[in-house]
Design a protein around this ligand. Structure first.
Ligand code: F6P
Length: 523
């Protein structure tokens, strides 16, 4: 864990008033140090408000947090998820890390999934898949399905139902023929209220259409086989995964079965290979040449030293527009914690992750990004821009405009526009003193630009694995357990109590507000 003294040293380095623009002048080789590449993924951190000297201090701090030792524990399959006494081995799902026995089990599961997908795709009986799941059982598959749209042939339609709001399952089955539809209930615990309710409604929909054949059309993906059997899924229709796979890290497991069915095992395998490349990079590269480490340290600098409370993730690529939603769970459910592994106050940890696709955000919240105040040292919020260099839509003019906007926004955030410059632009006018400040841009606002040479399954795998390992590194530095999620339990328990009372009509003991709210829906 980083010590207060280490953060104070770093804070001092941040008090040197040198703009990002000046850093380029002072550090002529800035790009060599602040741009890193792993395969088709290039990350440019040079527009961060971070000097080379401060980066060296951050790396020293990371080393003193036993980061290399923690990294070794992670890949060795040690109990890194200490509060649940579990290993954390999502990397093993793509062939990196874990024991020989773990690797053997993973290979068997991958074979089983691929054979099943090949069978279903060649038989042609099913035309549609309804993937039912929420959180990590939904966000990854949903993001990746969109991403695969750019680079792979979709053979079966893929619908998702996640929310317990009836609109979710209604939209998922609307217009589908049950005789041609395969329902996959994805739930690590097989205890999630939304998923079980959606699964029951999907089963009723199947039964209405095909009677008892419904059980031939239902699969389960879970780490709780007994739960799936109790729910009524046939044993042979259950795909297992392990408790050392965290929900938000599970798209690589059988949770991704619907992706294999819709796009084919080869596409999914390439996706796994991309993540494996990033795994090996993270495992083998020294800290100072390590992409996830660099990304994590930039985040620590912005959060703990420059006092930024959020991070904007803005993919300039419609096919990965759901990246911010995916990262909200990956980052905020992993590191949104106030207590360390040893039960002490943790201080500042995970920022708020938010964002939307570019260029849309330019017409929504970029006003705030450019001119908004914030707790952060330079105002606004740090931005992760993600751009795909190759045009997948055969619209070269559109793609050039998309990239130009992405690159321009990071430049504008950094350079800003001074009041003096605005005064010259406006020229003599009565309201000059009021207008010039309003039309000036403070600039010096930090961003990272990640580019993917193309939106391939491989590059998408690298991108997601990059963020997974960034989260791990930050968790080590903040000394929080990135792999449990006790914070989601209380709401679930109270929801069950309130639902029972609403269903039975018997009110329990609640505060006046909750009681009044419940009275609003009393029959
Ligand atoms: O949000 C809480 C959580 O447990 C997540 O960690 C998980 O991804 C999601 O709910 C769904 O859980 P399950 O896959 O067990 O249904």
């Amino acid at each position: 864990m980083a010590t207060l003294q280490q953060f104070q040293t770093l804070k001092k380095l941040s008090e040197v008033n040198v703009s990002i623009k000046e850093l380029f002048e002072q550090e002529p080789d800035r790009l060599n140090r602040f741009v890193m590449r792993e395969g088709p993924l290039r990350a440019d951190f040079s527009k961060q408000a971070l000097s080379s000297e401060a980066l060296s201090a951050l790396l020293k701090m990371a080393a003193k947090c036993d980061l290399e030792e923690w990294r070794a524990k992670l890949f060795a399959g040690e109990s890194v998820n200490s509060s649940e006494d579990r290993a954390v081995l999502h990397m093993a799902l793509r062939g990196v890390g874990g024991s020989k026995e773990v690797q053997k089990q993973v290979s068997e599961m991958r074979r089983h999934m691929a054979d099943y997908a090949d069978k279903i795709r060649s038989e042609g009986k099913f035309k549609n898949i309804v993937h039912i799941g929420i959180g990590g059982s939904d966000l990854g598959p949903r993001l990746v399905a969109d991403g695969f749209e750019a680079c792979a042939e979709q053979s079966l339609t893929l619908r998702f139902a996640e929310n317990v709001d009836g609109a979710s399952i209604n939209d998922a089955v609307n217009g589908l023929d049950p005789t041609e539809t395969l329902v996959i209930i994805v739930s690590k615990s097989f205890g999630t209220q939304e998923t079980k309710m959606n699964g029951a409604s999907a089963r009723a929909w199947l039964k209405e259409g095909i009677g008892e054949l419904a059980s031939d059309h239902m699969l389960a993906v879970t780490a709780n086989r007994n739960g799936a059997v109790d729910f009524g899924v046939r044993e042979e229709n259950i795909f297992d995964f392990w408790d050392w796979v965290g929900g938000r890290y599970s798209v690589w497991s059988a949770v991704g079965l619907s992706l294999q069915l819709a796009y084919g095992p080869d596409v999914f395998s390439e996706f796994l290979d991309g993540a494996a490349a990033m795994d090996m990079h993270f495992r083998d590269q020294p800290l100072q040449e390590n992409l996830p480490v660099m990304m994590a340290l930039v985040g620590i600098w912005n959060r703990n030293i420059l006092d930024y409370s959020s991070l904007a993730v803005i993919p300039y690529s419609r096919r990965i527009r759901k990246l911010a939603a995916f990262l909200q769970q990956l980052e905020m459910e992993s590191n949104g914690k106030r207590i360390t592994r040893n039960g002490k106050e943790a201080g500042l940890t995970c920022p708020i992750i938010w964002g939307d696709e570019g260029t849309n955000g330019q017409h929504a919240f970029f006003q705030w990004l450019h001119q908004g105040p914030s707790a952060g040292k330079y105002g606004g919020a740090p931005v992760d821009f993600i751009a795909v260099l190759k045009d997948h839509e055969s619209r070269p003019e559109h793609h050039r405009a998309l990239l130009a906007n992405c690159f321009a926004q990071s430049e504008a955030l950094m350079l800003g526009k001074s009041e003096d410059f605005v005064r010259q632009e406006l020229g003599k006018r009565d309201d000059l003193e009021e207008l010039a400040p309003q039309k000036s841009f403070p600039g010096n606002r930090p961003s990272t630009t990640i580019t993917l040479d193309e939106l391939s399954p491989f590059a998408l795998g690298e991108l997601i694995a990059l963020y997974e390992h960034k989260v791990f590194v930050q968790g080590v530095i903040w000394n929080v357990n990135s792999f449990d999620q006790w914070g989601v339990e209380l709401g679930k328990v109270l929801a069950t109590t309130i639902l029972d009372e609403m269903s039975s009509g018997h009110s329990g003991q609640h505060d006046a507000s909750t009681t009044a709210l419940m009275d609003l829906v009393k029959p």
